[in-house]
Design a protein around this ligand. Structure first.
Ligand code: ATP
Ligand code: MG
Length: 363
């Protein structure tokens, strides 16, 4: 059998810097664990525009459709701010998401012990937290028609439409149940079935899909109550599935339970391919951070944890993913901090590559 394939798109700004640290992990897996990948690397975002005049070349798009997983750094930067909308770096990422039809956005909120003090919440509320929010990404109120600003009588009216088909709900629910099966078999679905028709349908369809997953304990919660419970006692949850709008809010809320932008990974999954694995794109939540790019200050952990998600969800290597997460935990416990993780005085920050090297050393 051929090696699993991975397309790496480092992108712009700190993207290439944090991706270089992931490459060290990939090298280690090949050398020490006999886990080899067919890695190819290509351009996306501003660097692709510089070379090809477009933020994503058709050849790169075609490659992304074929590989087992895509790992992306970040796109954009001030240099590209005045470009025409159609060739802005962000359009490269949007094209990837759209053409790969990545409808399930996975955002973990995971608290590493050593950083529990970093949260705005009490330490016992977040210590050991490990939950996952699955946000529907391609439909709902951000896309529903009619939408626009219209004249109505003698004033204007702004309209968006929350719209979900059964099949759209079904497929994201299935992704969430599959995920729950790989985790702790507990899924909470959030909507507002009390005031929204789409919420009523959402609850019905999720319940129906749940019949195919009798081992998963399914519960339902109104999204507003969910927001409250997430800040009150987040450890009551394991996997949460919700629509595009509520997921936008809830995933940001959940992420910030745990600390810095430099720590947050994400995955976007589509339908299963022929080999049974979902199409997948993994990327840190943070952007290209032009203010610190090229200075060796960026925290590579978000990107490294994104690769850990790839190991778990695209490469059936949950044990290696766990090993990697434990290595991250261990270097943090040793007191190593990139500049973004520093609150206390007197601690010297480590550089991007020092952090990467320390993580590989722990492995
Ligand atoms: P985008 O629009 O691409 O999301 P943004 O300006 O909204 O970009 P980021 O590029 O993520 O957001 O940067 C926000 C802030 O967080 C910046 O001050 C940046 O330096 C900091 N930051 C982001 N990622 C990291 C990281 N990996 N390590 C350290 N600091 C980071
Ligand atoms: Mg941003």
């Amino acid at each position: 059998m051929s090696n699993p394939s991975l397309l790496i798109l480092p992108g712009d700004g700190i993207g290439p810097e944090v991706m270089a640290e992931v490459s060290k992990v990939i090298q280690w897996l090949g050398d020490k664990r006999g886990m080899k990948f067919d890695v190819s690397e290509d351009l996306v975002g501003g660097c692709a525009y510089d070379k090809h005049g477009v933020p994503l070349h058709d050849d790169t798009m075609a490659k992304a459709q074929e590989v087992d997983a895509v790992l992306l750094g970040a796109v954009g930067g001030p240099k590209y701010d005045n470009l025409d909308f159609s060739v802005k770096p962000e359009r490269g990422l949007l094209r990837l998401r759209k053409e790969m039809d990545l409808f399930a956005n996975l955002r973990p909120a995971q608290c590493f012990d050593a950083l529990a003090d970093f949260s705005s919440l009490k330490k016992d509320v977040v210590a050991g937290l490990d939950i996952m929010i699955v946000r529907e990404l391609t439909s709902g109120v951000y896309f529903g028609e009619p939408r626009g600003i219209f004249e109505e009588g003698n004033e204007r009216v702004g309209i968006n439409t929350q719209r979900y088909t059964e099949s759209e709900i079904d497929r994201v629910a299935r992704s969430a149940f599959e995920l729950a099966m790989k985790r702790n078999r507990k899924l909470c679905s959030m909507e507002k079935a009390n005031v929204m028709e789409s919420g009523i349908l959402w609850r019905e369809v999720v319940t129906e899909v749940g019949k195919d997953y009798p081992d998963v304990e399914l519960s339902h919660m109104y999204a507003d109550a969910g927001a409250m419970q997430l800040t009150r006692w987040p450890k009551q949850f394991d996997v949460i599935v919700t629509d595009n709008l509520f997921g936008d809010l809830l995933s940001d809320l959940a992420a910030m339970l745990t600390g810095s932008l430099g720590m947050l990974p994400s995955a976007s999954l589509g339908s299963p391919m022929e080999n049974g694995r979902p199409k997948a794109l993994y990327e840190p939540v943070h952007g290209s951070a032009p203010d610190i790019a090229g200075q060796g200050k960026a925290n590579p952990i978000a990107c490294i944890l994104s690769f850990a998600m790839a190991l778990r969800y695209s490469f059936d290597a949950g044990n290696e993913a766990e090993r990697l997460e434990q290595a991250v935990n261990a270097v943090l416990a040793d007191g190593l901090r990139t500049a973004d993780l520093l609150g206390e005085e007197g601690v010297q920050p480590v550089s991007t590559s020092e952090m990467g090297d320390a993580i590989v050393a722990k492995l």
